[in-house]
Design a protein around this ligand. Structure first.
Ligand code: BES
Ligand code: ZN
Length: 640
C-alpha cells in the first residue's frame, strides 16, 4: 500500500499556511499557560488516510468549538461542536466522521440557519460519513448539535465503585486511534490538525480536565478550555471526576482522586527532570504545562499522551518509581507524536518507535545506562516473542492496514523494532550526530503530520547522504520494509541480567529458593527472572517461590501480572490465594496489556480454565473500556 497519495493539482488554500493563534477566546490572565500565540505552517501535501471519510483537500476543519454537558444519569454528553472550515472547493460538501453511538440532532450554518445533512452508510470500522452540502452557504463555520450514547466507544462512564473514593462517578475519553469520532463529529484523521476550545458543563462537585493549554472555571460547574496549537483529533481528551492536584515542578503537576494523589505525586517526582532532559535533547517544550492525570484502574492503556495532560493508569504506582519509564514515554510523545504526528495509522511507528527511543534516552539520563539497558533488553525479548507469533506482513514498520482496525498495528513492531532501528542509526552515526538529526527532524516538522516516506527522504538527506561510508553499514530497506528483526539490531548488555539468569537456572535445577536475591532486584531484573520460567515448572517450585517472596501479594502490577500468568500456565487448579488475587485483579484493572495474556492463558488452560475465564469475564466486562472489551470479546469468542 502506498500511504502517500499526491494531490492531482496543487490546492494552495489547503496546503499553504494554516494559521492558528487567531483565536479570540478571552480567558482571564490568571489562567495558567506558558503557550504564546504563534503562527504554524503546515506545508506538506496531505497523505491519504484510509481510516477517515473526510475529504480535507476540498473542505478542511481547522478549529473546533465544543459546548458539552456531561449527564452522568443518562451517561451522555450533549451539546454542539462548531467547526471552522477552510473551504478550498466552494462547491463541495464538508464530510465528517461520525462513529457508532454518536447521534446527530441537527446542523446549522454560519447564521444559525438549519442546514440539511446526510449520514451515509456506516462502515463497521470507520463509522458513517456525515455530509453537509455547503454550495451556496456563505461563511466558514457550521455547528453540529449532537449527543453521545453509552455506545460511544471513546467514552467510559465509571460507577463510583470503580473509583478509589467510591463516592462519585467518573468519565474519561480515549480517542486514539479512531474513536474521537464517537464523541465529536469531525474529520478524524491524524493528518487533519485542529485547534480547539471547549466549554464543559459538569456537576459542581466534580473537576473537568482536558488536553488543553488553558483551563478556567468560569462558573460553578462550567469549565473553559483552549488548545491553541493544532493537534491531531485523536489527542482531544476529556476527564471528569473527583480530582485534586499536586504541584511537582514549575511546569508539572499530577491530578488524581484525593485518595491517590499523594502516592502519585511521590511516584512522579522526577517528571520535571524528565522534561528538562528531553528539552535539552530535542528543543523547547512547546505545550506550556506537562501535567499527568491518574485515572481509575479501568483505563485500558498504560498511558495516553494527551497534550498538556498525559492520562495514566494507576497500575504504574508501584511505590518505588520503578515503572516511571511509562511517564518518560508519554512525555516523549510531546515531540514524537504530538508535535510531529503520524500522517496515517500506517505510519504509527513514527509515533511509537521514536517515542520508545526517546523514552530510553530519558531513562538513561535519569536512572543510568544499566537501568535503560535492562528495560531495553526486556522489551527486545518481548519483541522476539511477538515476531514469532505475527504473520510476516505485520512485522514491517510501515504497516499495511487496508481494511483493518489501526489497533492491529499496536504491536511491538511499531514500538520496539521502530526504536531498535533508531538505536542502530545512533550506533552507526554516533550520538552527537544522531541527536542533532532528531532535533532537526522535530524542528522542521513541528505541527505537521508526516509519512514514512517523508522520514526516509529526510534520513537520506540529513544523515545517509552526508556520510556514504557509514550509510553503507545499514540496510534501511531491510529495517523498514522487510519482516523480522535485522541481525544488526543493537542489543545492550547487562551484567546484572547475567546474574539473574544464573539464579534462575539454579532455581530451575532444584536449588534453594532462599539463595535467590529476589528482593534485592530491580523490577526489570525480577521481570527478567520471571520471563523465562518454563511453562512446565512444577507447582511446588512455584509455591516455594511464592512462600518466600510473596509474589501473589506483589504491589507491583508488572510483577504480579507476570506471576499470575506463570501460575495459570503451570496448570489449574490454582492455589486459593492465587485464584482470589487473579479474580480481584481482573475485575478491578482494565489495562489491556495485562488482561489479554491473563485471559489467554486461562482460556488455553483446558475446559476448567476456559470456564473460569468466561465466569470472570462475565463479571468484569461491564467494567472495562470498549477498547479492552473489543480485544477480549474476540479472544474469548464472546457474544452478548
Ligand atoms: N499512544 C499510546 C497508546 C495508544 C496507542 C492508544 C494506540 C491507542 C492506540 C501510548 O503512548 C502508549 O504507547 N502506551 C503504552 C505504554 C508505553 C510505555 C509502551 C501502553 O499503554 O501500554
Ligand atoms: Zn506511545
Amino acid at each position: 500500500m502506498s500511504a502517500r497519495q499526491s494531490l492531482p493539482l496543487p490546492v494552495p488554500s489547503r496546503v499553504g499556511l494554516a494559521l492558528v493563534g487567531l483565536l479570540t477566546v478571552a480567558l482571564s490572565p490568571g489562567c495558567r499557560s506558558t503557550a504564546t500565540r504563534q503562527q504554524v505552517a503546515t506545508t506538506a501535501p496531505m497523505a491519504h488516510d484510509q481510516h477517515s471519510h473526510a475529504r480535507p483537500t476540498e473542505v478542511q476543519v481547522r478549529h473546533v468549538t465544543l459546548d458539552l454537558t456531561a449527564d452522568f444519569g443518562q451517561e451522555t454528553l450533549r451539546g454542539s461542536a462548531s467547526l471552522q472550515l477552510v473551504r478550498s472547493d466552494l462547491g463541495a460538501a464538508v464530510v465528517l466522521d461520525v462513529g457508532d453511538g454518536l447521534v446527530v440532532d441537527a446542523v446549522s450554518g454560519p447564521d444559525d440557519q438549519p442546514l440539511p445533512f446526510a449520514l451515509g452508510a456506516a462502515d463497521p470500522l470507520l463509522g458513517a460519513p456525515l455530509s453537509i452540502p455547503l454550495a451556496g452557504v456563505d461563511g466558514d463555520t457550521i455547528t453540529v448539535h449532537y449527543h453521545t450514547t453509552p455506545a460511544s466507544k471513546a467514552v467510559q462512564w465509571l460507577d463510583p465503585e470503580q473509583t478509589a473514593g467510591g463516592v462519585h462517578p467518573f468519565l474519561y475519553t480515549q480517542g486514539q486511534a479512531i474513536l474521537t469520532r464517537t464523541w465529536i463529529p469531525l474529520q478524524d484523521s491524524p493528518g487533519v490538525r485542529v485547534t480547539y476550545d471547549a466549554t464543559i458543563h459538569a456537576p459542581t462537585e466534580l473537576t473537568a480536565l482536558m488536553s488543553a493549554a488553558k483551563r478556567e472555571v468560569t462558573a460553578p460547574g462550567t469549565t473553559r478550555f483552549v488548545m491553541d496549537r493544532p493537534i491531531a483529533p485523536y489527542l482531544i481528551a476529556l476527564a471528569i471526576g473527583d480530582l485534586s492536584e499536586r504541584e511537582i515542578s514549575p511546569r508539572c503537576a499530577v491530578w488524581a482522586e484525593p485518595k491517590t494523589v499523594e502516592r502519585a505525586r511521590a511516584e512522579f517526582r522526577d517528571v520535571g527532570d524528565m522534561l528538562a532532559t528531553c528539552e535539552q535533547l530535542y528543543g523547547t517544550y512547546t505545550w506550556g504545562r506537562y501535567d499527568i492525570l491518574v485515572l481509575p484502574p479501568a483505563f485500558p492503556f498504560g498511558g495516553m499522551e494527551n497534550p498538556c495532560l498525559t492520562f495514566a493508569t494507576p497500575t504504574i504506582l508501584a511505590g518505588d518509581r520503578s515503572l516511571v519509564a511509562l511517564i518518560a514515554h508519554e512525555l516523549a510523545h510531546s515531540w514524537s507524536g504530538n508535535l510531529v504526528t503520524n500522517a496515517t495509522w500506517a505510519d504509527f511507528w513514527l509515533n511509537e518507535g521514536f517515542t520508545v527511543y526517546v523514552e530510553g534516552r530519558i531513562v538513561e539520563a535519569l536512572y543510568g545506562k544499566e537501568r535503560a539497558a535492562q528495560e531495553t533488553i526486556n522489551s527486545l525479548s518481548g519483541l522476539r516473542d511477538e515476531i514469532a507469533e505475527l504473520p510476516e506482513s505485520d512485522q514491517i514498520l510501515h504497516l499495511d492496514l487496508t481494511g483493518r482496525d489501526p489497533d492491529d498495528g499496536m504491536t511491538a513492531i511499531a514500538y520496539d523494532k521502530g526504536a531498535a532501528f533508531l538505536r542502530r542509526l545512533e550506533q552507526i552515526f554516533g550520538r552527537e550526530r544522531f541527536d542533532a538529526f532528531l532535533a532537526k527532524w522535530f524542528a522542521e516538522h513541528a505541527f505537521q503530520s508526516v509519512t514514512t516516506a517523508e522520514f526516509l527522504t529526510f534520513l537520506d538527506r540529513e544523515l545517509l547522504a552526508a556520510d556514504p561510508q557509514r550509510a553503507a553499514r545499514i540496510d534501511v530497506h531491510r529495517w523498514v520494509k522487510e519482516p523480522g528483526l535485522p541481525e544488526d539490531c543493537p542489543v545492550p548488555e547487562s551484567r546484572q541480567f547475567d546474574a539473574v539468569d544464573a539464579a534462575r537456572n539454579l532455581f530451575l535445577s532444584g536449588g534453594d529458593v532462599g539463595a535467590i536475591p529476589f528482593d534485592a532486584w530491580t523490577t526489570a531484573e525480577a521481570l527478567r527472572f520471571l520471563g523465562e520460567i518454563p511453562v512446565g515448572t512444577a507447582a511446588e517450585r512455584l509455591d516455594a517461590l511464592d512462600a518466600r517472596f510473596h509474589l501473589t501479594d506483589s504491589g507491583n502490577s508488572e510483577i504480579l501480572a507476570a506471576w499470575l500468568e506463570i501460575r495459570i500456565r503451570a496448570g489449574l487448579p490454582l492455589p486459593e490465594a492465587v485464584a482470589g488475587r487473579l479474580e480481584s485483579f481482573l475485575t478491578r484493572v482494565g489495562r489491556r496489556k495485562f488482561l489479554t495474556p491473563l485471559y489467554r492463558a486461562l482460556n488455553e488452560a483446558g475446559p476448567e480454565g476456559e470456564a473460569e475465564a468466561r465466569r470472570i469475564y462475565a463479571i468484569a466486562r461491564p467494567r472495562y473500556h470498549a477498547v479492552s472489551r473489543g480485544t477480549l470479546d474476540t479472544l474469548l469468542d464472546w457474544t452478548e
